[in-house]
Design a protein around this ligand. Structure first.
Ligand code: LLP
Length: 432
């Protein structure tokens, strides 16, 4: 009935997540509030881990793309699942290391890593630096030399695959700010340079073809292209890659219209295509890394708001305004992303209205969604926006000096705060 398997309705007609009454959570912790379901995150991690075991004999590592949601507790949880982490900034590396996340299981990404980030990664022995461009390759060689270290890298390449998804989040095609293009020869040139540089140890290659992709074929194709690139590298240089990192991007269900595959299907397509091509080309099977972000955590999260005013503009629309908005969920403003929304204290009632849900920021585009089917909402009701576990908290801002909400984790119906609500003191902390 609901978009995510962890949602239900209790005897009071209230929405529940992982068995916890969300109206109670809103009362206890206040709104806006991010709520995550630990059981579902763990289940998702297990599914990916098991799929790598099943389809690739366990010869791989699932790295959580922590840009989807990053805080100390999530790194503790991911560490507990024996997974790796894809970090993309000093802040993500620092947060993960602060809870003892094993550095060697971390991959540092980024199209324009700062010298500070590169130094930090080298000093802290971050497992792999995913090199994006020639400047970075040379900087890294110089820095590693100064530090008397050898930088273990993989090269980010563009396999030239145009995955069908929102245009802003396509990254595998030629016109992308990320990586070296294979088809122009740039990726081969980068590889040859990497092999020449003294303080660089090349371990393999990486690609990421986009995000929120519903089809397994682009992933299979990317695996084939990467195997072909590996073969060309071997033919031209005699070097055989130890590992391939094929990124993330597996789609999730935000609304009833979305029809993603089960996560095992994506992994299967990748593993089988890669193994088949490696056999065909006479290559050893590389250690395989995948980097799911959204698919591990999106469906495990909801955001709770309190309804404020309701404004009906005759013959135009009805606005239901909430106490958050683009500051805690910028995805509608950025991508027109759609969500399922429920009046949490009326979850057993029919959705008999179609409304626009407005945030509280001074900006007309500050909407959570338009034309949303909803139970009849009144001021004081609690709204739950579903499947907001990914790219909501991590993209939150303080626009209009709004405070970032707290994050609450629910496990077996018990809740605990994992990120405190920001305070007014937090807001002015760095102001002089
Ligand atoms: N690996 C790399 C190198 C990436 O760039 C990304 C996402 C991932 C893995 C994880 O992708 P996922 O499995 O989460 O789709 N802010 C956008 C999404 C941007 C994704 C950027 N890269 C959104 O809210 O939809």
């Amino acid at each position: 009935m609901f978009i995510s398997e962890n949602l239900g309705v209790n005897h009071l007609g209230n929405l529940t997540i992982c068995g916890a009454d969300v109206v109670d959570l809103a009362k206890k912790y206040g709104t806006p509030l991010y709520v995550l379901d630990e059981n579902l995150i763990i289940k998702n991690c297990n599914r990916f881990n098991d799929a790598i075991d099943k389809y690739y004999n366990g010869h791989g590592l699932v790295c959580y793309a922590s840009k989807a949601f990053s805080c100390r507790e999530i790194y503790r949880l991911i560490k507990g699942q024996d997974m790796g982490v894809d970090a993309v900034s000093l802040g993500e590396m620092y947060t993960a290391l602060s809870v003892g996340f094993p550095a060697k299981k971390m991959h540092l990404h980024g199209n324009n890593k700062t010298i500070e980030e590169l130094k930090f990664a080298l000093e802290n022995n971050i497992g792999r630096i995913v090199v994006d461009n020639f400047c970075e390759l040379k900087d890294l060689n110089r820095l590693a030399g100064q530090m008397n270290l050898c930088a273990k890298i993989i090269l980010r390449v563009k396999p030239g695959i145009d995955a069908h998804t929102h245009e802003f989040i396509k990254t595998g095609q030629i016109d992308s700010k990320f990586g070296f293009a294979i088809e122009t020869g740039e990726a081969m040139e980068a590889l040859k340079l990497a092999l020449k540089l003294e303080n660089i140890r090349l371990k393999g290659a990486h690609c990421h073809i986009g995000s929120q992709i519903f089809d397994s074929r682009p992933f299979a194709l990317a695996a084939q292209v990467m195997a072909k690139y590996s073969k060309d590298v071997k033919d031209k240089t005699g070097i055989e890659f130890d590992e391939l990192n094929l990124g993330g991007g597996f789609g999730v269900k935000y609304t009833q219209k979305d029809d993603p595959l089960e996560c095992e299907e994506y992994v299967k397509a990748i593993c089988l295509s890669l193994a088949q091509k490696c056999r065909e080309y006479g290559l050893k099977l590389p250690f395989l890394i995948i980097e799911p972000g959204r698919s591990l955590i999106a469906s495990a999260g909801i955001t709770l708001y309190t309804v404020g005013n309701i404004k009906t503009i005759p013959n135009v629309r009805k606005y239901v305004a909430v106490d958050g908005g683009m500051t805690d969920n910028p995805r509608y403003a950025l991508y027109k992303s759609e969500y399922e929304v429920i009046v949490a204290n009326k979850a057993n009632l029919e959705k008999s209205e179609v409304v626009t849900i407005a945030g509280k920021c001074c900006e007309s585009g500050d909407l959570i969604g338009e034309n949303i089917a909803l139970q009849v909402a009144q001021p004081g009701d609690i709204l739950a926006v579903c499947a907001t576990g990914a790219y909501n908290y991590s993209m939150a801002s303080n626009y209009n000096r709004n405070l970032k909400p707290a994050v609450v984790m629910v496990k077996d119906a018990k809740s605990r705060v994992i990120v405190q609500r920001e305070t007014l003191e937090d807001l002015i902390r760095n102001d002089l």
